[in-house]
Design a protein around this ligand. Structure first.
Ligand SMILES: N[C@@H](CCC(=O)N[C@@H](CS)C(=O)NCC(=O)O)C(=O)O
Length: 268
């Protein structure tokens, strides 16, 4: 990606403006916007918010997204209305800009089903996998209890998705929708989080099926294509011996932590 200037405020005056970074939560917004663009020709503007530089904590940003986290969208056609949180962004964009319900539902029970899976992602998969990444990779010290607790919870939740996808190609109504988009980004980096995707064949097929959508590939490249997705991770294991050695060490530490606390995979 060409070096961009540090954002200091909004830059568009019409349509949707997305403030984002290349993370599982950021991808929820960029993927649905790319899908809407492809389906309806709806254009949008985006700005890269480098979370490593804490741009998301600046005043101009928190006036729009009080939580100080990406993604945030601003709808310039609705008086500059701002929306934070993935679920709310997916719901807002489809409510206003998916008139044919290509990615959303009309049946109240399906609407509820989609809300349930999106709430599940917000309360479960996102936070647990985020903490797994934190304890496995970013914590200043290796804390075995935290490592096995959060990697184990992520694995349990992957099992829940795998079961739901046993007889369905998609999470709700056998149709690709915002319910899938909410969890897709997290599953897209689940190998990086210490989970073996081979253990979950239905989930792996769902992830592949969604990855192949052109709009998804475009959404994943905003602001730039990363190197943590499952395919890149596997490729790096093959190509980079130093990376492979570090990852082997991490996997062994997670396994040891699981054994130390008697963790056993269980998922209904
Ligand atoms: N639940 C929110 C969470 C947003 C979130 O956690 N964003 C992360 C990136 S994935 C972030 O901005 N982290 C930077 C920070 O915490 O300052 C969502 O689904 O949008």
């Amino acid at each position: 990606m060409a070096e961009q200037k540090r954002p200091t405020g909004l830059i568009a005056n019409k349509g949707i403006e997305l403030l984002t970074w290349g993370t599982p939560n950021g991808w929820k917004a960029s993927i649905i916007l790319e899908e809407l663009k492809e389906a309806y020709g709806m254009d949008y503007t985006w700005q890269a918010i480098n979370i490593g530089q804490n741009v998301q904590k600046e005043d101009w940003f928190t006036k729009l997204g009080p939580n100080g986290r990406i993604p945030v969208i601003v709808d310039h056609d609705k008086g500059g209305f701002a929306v934070q949180e993935g679920l709310a962004i997916l719901a807002y964009l489809t409510r206003h800009y998916d008139p044919e319900h290509k990615f959303s539902f009309t049946d109240p029970l399906d609407i509820s089903r989609a809300e349930q899976w999106m709430a599940w992602q917000h309360g479960g998969l996102g936070p647990m996998q985020g903490q797994a990444n934190h304890f496995n990779r970013f914590a200043k010290e290796r804390i075995p209890y935290g490592m096995q607790r959060y990697t184990g919870e992520t694995e349990r939740l992957a099992g829940i998705l795998d079961t739901q996808l046993k007889t369905n190609d998609y999470l709700v109504g056998n149709k690709y929708s915002i319910a899938d988009i909410a969890s897709f980004g997290w599953v897209n980096i689940i190998s990086f989080s210490g989970i073996d995707l081979e253990q979950f064949p239905n989930l792996k097929k769902w992830w592949k099926r969604i990855s192949e959508r052109p709009a998804v590939q475009k959404g994943l490249a905003i602001p730039s294509k990363g190197s943590f997705d499952n395919d890149s991770y596997q490729q790096r294991l093959k190509d980079e011996p130093e990376f492979a050695a570090k990852e082997k060490d991490l996997r062994e530490a997670i396994q040891k932590a699981k054994e130390q606390y008697g963790y056993v995979f269980k998922s209904p």
